[in-house]
Write a protein of this length. Structure first.
Length: 447
C-alpha cells in the first residue's frame, strides 16, 4: 500500500494560482459588464437630450407650434419616464434585467427616430411620451444588474461608470449634434441618432448575463466566491418584508422628495442650455454645441474623483449635499450676472452643471446599502420616478418661464432654489442611512 505524501509547497503554489486566477476573473467584470453598461446608458442619454438641440435649431418654427407647446413636448418625455419604472424594476429583479434592457433599446431607438419623421404635434406628443416610457426601464434595471455583479466596496465607482454615459454623451453629442443639424437638418439628425440603439441591442444581448452564475468566462470557484460575498453583504442589511414596508421608511420618502428637486435643476439645465447659449452668445448651432459640452467635461473629472473617495470612505451622504448646494449657488450667480455679461453667466453655468453630476455615483449607492435587495430595486425606481416628475416640472416650467419672460434668468433662479432644497434634505437625513454602515467586510478586491 502506497502512502501519498502531501507536498506543502505544491499546495501553496496551487492556492496562489487559484488566487491569481480569481483576481483576474474578478477584473474581467470591469471589462465585460461596464463598457456595455456605459454604451447603453450613453445611447439612452443621446436620444433623451438631443431634443434640446432640435428646439434650438428651429423645431417649433418648422412644425408651426408655439414656444409653450415646444416646452411641453420636451417635458412629456419625463411623464412617460415616470409611468413604468416600478413595474420595470420588479421585472428586472424577478426575471431578467438583460432582456428588459434589450427590449428598451429596440423600442426607444425606433421612437427616437420617429421624432424626426412625425409632423403632427399630437402624434409627436405621443411619440415623446412613449420614448420616455421605453427609457424608464434603463436606470433601475442597470442598477439592479450592477448590484448582482459588484460588491459594496465597488458600488459608487460602478454606478459612476454607468452614469458617466450622461456627461460623456453630452460632450460628444453637443458637438456632433450641432454639426449634424447644420449638415442634415434637425429632422434627419433625430433619425440618424436613433438607429444605433436598435443595432446595439443585439450586441447587448450577446455580451451581458444577469448574474455571475450565468457567466461562461468565470470559473465555478470565482462565481461561487463572488455570489457568497454578495449574499454576506445582504445579511448585514436591515431586512424589509415588502415594497410597501420600505416606502414607509422616512429616509425613502425624503430621498424621493430630494431627487424630485435635484432633477428640476438637472433636466432643466440639460434641455435648455443649448437655447440659452445660442441666444446669449449669438453664435451658430455648431458653436453652441461646443460651448454646451464644456460643463460635462468638467463633470467627468469630478464624478470620478467623488466616486473614488466615496468608495474608499464608505461614506455617501457627505459626498452628495455639498455639490448640490454649490450647484444652486452657481445658478444663482448665473441669474445675477445674465443681464450684464453672457460670459460670466456662462462661467457660472459651467460650474453649476459639473456640480450637478458629481454626486450621482454615491447617491445611487445609498438605497442598496440601506435596504435589502428584495426591495432595493423597486425603491430605486420609486426615487427615480420622483426624479422623472422633477424632470417634467424642470423642463416644462423652465421652458415656460423663458417663453413668457423672453430670457433665461427666471428659470435659472427656479433651478437654484430647487437644488439648494435638494442639498439641505440630504444634509438633514437621519437614522439608518448608509453613512452609518461602515463595518461591512471587504473580502474581494475587484480592481
Amino acid at each position: 500500500m502506497k502512502t501519498v505524501i502531501q507536498n506543502p509547497a505544491n499546495d501553496s503554489l496551487n492556492s496562489f494560482a487559484r488566487s491569481v486566477r480569481t483576481q483576474s476573473e474578478m477584473r474581467k467584470r470591469w471589462l465585460y459588464i461596464l463598457p456595455a453598461v456605459f454604451i447603453t446608458y450613453s445611447l439612452a442619454y443621446l436620444d433623451r437630450t438631443n431634443y434640446g438641440f432640435g428646439a434650438a435649431a428651429g423645431l417649433a418654427q418648422t412644425l408651426h407650434i408655439s414656444s409653450s407647446r415646444s416646452a411641453l413636448l420636451g417635458a412629456l418625455f419625463f411623464l412617460g419616464y415616470f409611468l413604468f419604472q416600478i413595474p420595470g424594476a420588479a421585472y428586472a429583479r424577478r426575471r431578467s434585467a438583460r432582456r428588459l434592457i434589450f427590449f428598451a433599446l429596440l423600442s426607444w431607438g425606433i421612437l427616437a427616430s420617429l421624432t424626426g419623421i412625425i409632423r403632427n404635434f399630437w402624434l409627436l406628443a405621443v411619440d415623446r411620451l412613449l420614448l420616455g416610457a421605453a427609457e424608464s426601464f434603463i436606470l433601475p434595471a442597470m442598477l439592479i444588474l450592477l448590484t448582482n455583479w459588484f460588491t459594496r466596496a465597488e458600488r459608487s465607482r460602478t454606478n459612476t461608470i454607468l452614469l458617466l454615459g450622461n456627461p460623456v454623451t453630452l460632450i460628444w453629442m453637443s458637438a456632433a449634434t450641432g454639426y449634424l443639424i447644420r449638415a442634415l437638418g434637425w429632422q434627419m439628425t433625430f433619425i440618424v441618432e436613433g438607429l444605433p440603439a436598435v443595432l446595439w441591442g443585439f450586441v447587448w444581448l450577446a455580451v451581458i448575463r444577469d448574474k455571475p452564475a450565468d457567466a461562461a468566462w468565470m470559473s465555478e470557484d470565482t462565481r461561487t466566491q463572488l455570489s457568497q460575498q454578495l449574499e454576506r453583504e445582504q445579511w448585514l442589511l436591515p431586512q424589509v418584508a415588502n415594497i410597501r414596508s420600505a416606502l414607509r421608511n422616512p429616509n425613502v420618502i425624503w430621498l424621493c422628495i430630494q431627487y424630485f428637486f435635484w432633477s428640476i435643476g438637472n433636466y432643466g439645465f440639460v434641455l435648455w442650455l443649448p437655447s440659452v447659449i445660442q441666444k446669449g452668445a449669438a453664435r451658430g448651432i455648431a458653436v453652441t454645441g461646443l460651448l454646451s459640452g464644456v460643463p460635462y467635461a468638467v463633470a467627468i473629472v469630478l464624478m470620478l474623483l467623488v466616486s473614488h473617495y466615496s468608495d474608499r470612505s464608505f461614506r455617501r451622504k457627505r459626498f452628495v449635499w455639498p455639490f448640490l448646494m454649490l450647484a444652486g449657488a452657481c445658478f444663482l450667480g448665473s441669474y445675477l450676472t445674465a443681464a450684464h455679461s453672457f460670459w460670466w453667466a456662462y462661467g457660472f453655468l459651467v460650474f453649476a452643471g459639473s456640480c450637478l453630476y458629481a454626486p450621482f455615483g454615491p447617491f445611487f449607492a445609498i438605497v442598496p446599502e440601506m435596504l435589502s435587495k428584495n426591495v432595493a430595486g423597486e425603491v430605486t425606481a420609486v426615487v427615480n420616478s420622483c426624479g422623472a416628475l422633477g424632470g417634467f416640472v424642470g423642463t416644462w416650467f423652465v421652458g415656460l418661464l423663458a417663453a413668457y419672460t423672453g430670457n433665461s434668468r427666471a428659470g435659472f433662479l427656479f433651478m437654484s432654489i430647487s437644488l439648494i432644497i435638494a442639498g439641505v434634505i440630504i444634509l438633514c437625513l437621519r437614522g439608518p442611512t448608509n453613512d452609518t454602515l461602515t463595518t461591512l467586510p471587504v473580502e474581494l478586491e475587484a480592481h
